[in-house]
Design a binder for this molecule. Structure first.
Ligand SMILES: Nc1ccn([C@@H]2O[C@H](COP(=O)(O)OP(=O)(O)OP(=O)(O)O)[C@@H](O)[C@H]2O)c(=O)n1
Ligand SMILES: C[C@](O)(CO)[C@H](O)COP(=O)(O)O
Length: 231
């Protein structure tokens, strides 16, 4: 199956407030190297990924200054206040060789355990579908909590999915959707939400649930356990 060469925008401009500390979580050590390097090594090793656009926080003193990885070009640009602002900045900074109708992947720097096979499956299915994302159906009962932390109601979980990354859409369509949301004062939590606002229904591609987003300090131990088991 011929793979479409794709660039991947990697939002890495967050502060990691839910982990805490002075160093943003993407630069904290994981299995002997900064978390972000595991993610970038995994992405750049994928045969269909042609290049990486890393979106950094202003004045980021931790970025190691990579300009290539696994023979793929690594470019950087500056992000914004919200993740969606950073993704839009990354899309705008892509090289001109990435045409408006080219598909682009977006993958969180904080997700180092993404499986190569899941990336391949997303690419295979999302291109004919016009765009899509990795995710998994919700498998736990879902509760809505009140202000006191007590369960108010059990939410229906049929047809509920957890959204992961990568998410994959055409460069110009995603850029326009993100700009539209921003101009409407809507902070979208993922690329699919921006696309849904335009009336497009992204394809949900089931991926492994161990595509962990490192969010709290406790996630580092789990990510270290998963890394060698999710290549
Ligand atoms: N303004 C922002 C906020 C987040 N991100 C990136 O988006 C990904 C997912 O965001 P999240 O896990 O929320 O990271 P943080 O925003 O750093 O975490 P927190 O909310 O705990 O501060 C991360 O790779 C993060 O670096 C970004 O590029 N720009
Ligand atoms: C994009 C994402 O990883 C999909 O689950 C998630 O929405 C990021 O949320 P965060 O609060 O910015 O980590």
């Amino acid at each position: 199956m011929s793979m479409v060469p794709l660039w991947c925008v990697v939002p890495a401009a967050g502060r990691g407030a839910r982990v805490g500390g002075d160093v943003p979580k993407q630069y904290l050590p994981l299995a002997g190297q900064p978390l972000i390097l595991h993610t970038l090594q995994r992405l750049s090793a994928h045969p269909s990924i042609a290049g990486l656009m890393i979106v950094l926080g202003a004045g980021d003193p931790h970025w190691p200054g990579l300009d290539q990885l696994n023979g793929k070009p690594v470019l950087t640009t500056l992000g914004g206040a919200e993740r969606c602002d950073s993704v839009l900045a990354g899309l705008r900074a892509l090289p001109a060789s990435v045409t408006d109708d080219a598909f682009v992947l977006v993958h969180d720097a904080a997700r180092p355990c993404v499986r190569r096979a899941d990336i391949s499956r997303l690419i295979e299915l999302a291109v004919p579908a016009g765009g899509g994302l990795l995710g998994a159906p919700l498998r736990d009962t879902l509760k809505r909590a009140d202000a006191d932390g007590r369960s108010q109601v059990t939410e229906p979980r049929d047809q509920r999915w957890r959204a992961f990354t990568p998410q994959m859409f055409r460069r110009a369509e995603l850029s326009a959707a993100l700009l539209s949301a921003s101009q409407a004062g809507v902070t979208v939590s993922d690329e699919a939400m921006a696309m849904e606002r335009t009336g497009f229904a992204p394809l949900l591609v089931e991926g492994a649930e161990d595509n962990l987003k490192v969010t709290t300090a406790a996630d580092f131990a789990l990510a270290e356990f998963l890394l060698p088991r999710t290549v």
